[in-house]
Write a protein that binds this ligand. Sequence first.
Ligand code: HEM
Length: 122
Amino acid sequence: MNTHLHVTAWALAIILFIVSLVLHKQGKEKAAKIVQMILRLDYLLILYSGGDLIMHYLNGSGAMTAEAIVKGLAGVGVIAGMEMTLGKIKDGDSAKVGWSVLLISILITIILGFFRLPGGLM
Ligand code: HEM
């Protein structure tokens, strides 16, 4: 149930992040900003659904709890990476650090989320 919400929320975040980037590249600053505001609301859904998934591990047998927590931290890293990247690009600065945080966090998130932790896509 909540895995469903989690997948929907992070898939939406990736889409909104890309849309905001493209709008910025097209010079549509106002639209890019609005999309980023919606993205920020979506972070709340990600944090809520992800936090709920972690609670299941904390309340459960304890098996793989550490990996679930690292997965959650990497998830927060994805959000931080998105914010840093969009912020720097908006200011016209180099977004290298933001992109690095984003890519490394996404990598850890996908490896732990899909290949280590038991929950699948649905
Ligand atoms: C944009 C950021 C995030 C992305 C791209 C992401 C991606 C994923 C993916 C691909 C999975 C595996 C498929 C699934 O079961 O849903 C997953 C599961 C999970 N996520 Fe996230 N996530 C993000 C943020 C978070 C946050 C912020 C938390 C914690 C606060 C979190 C906690 C979890 C947990 C505990 C699972 C384990 C589900 C299981 O396999 O039992 N995630 N996430």
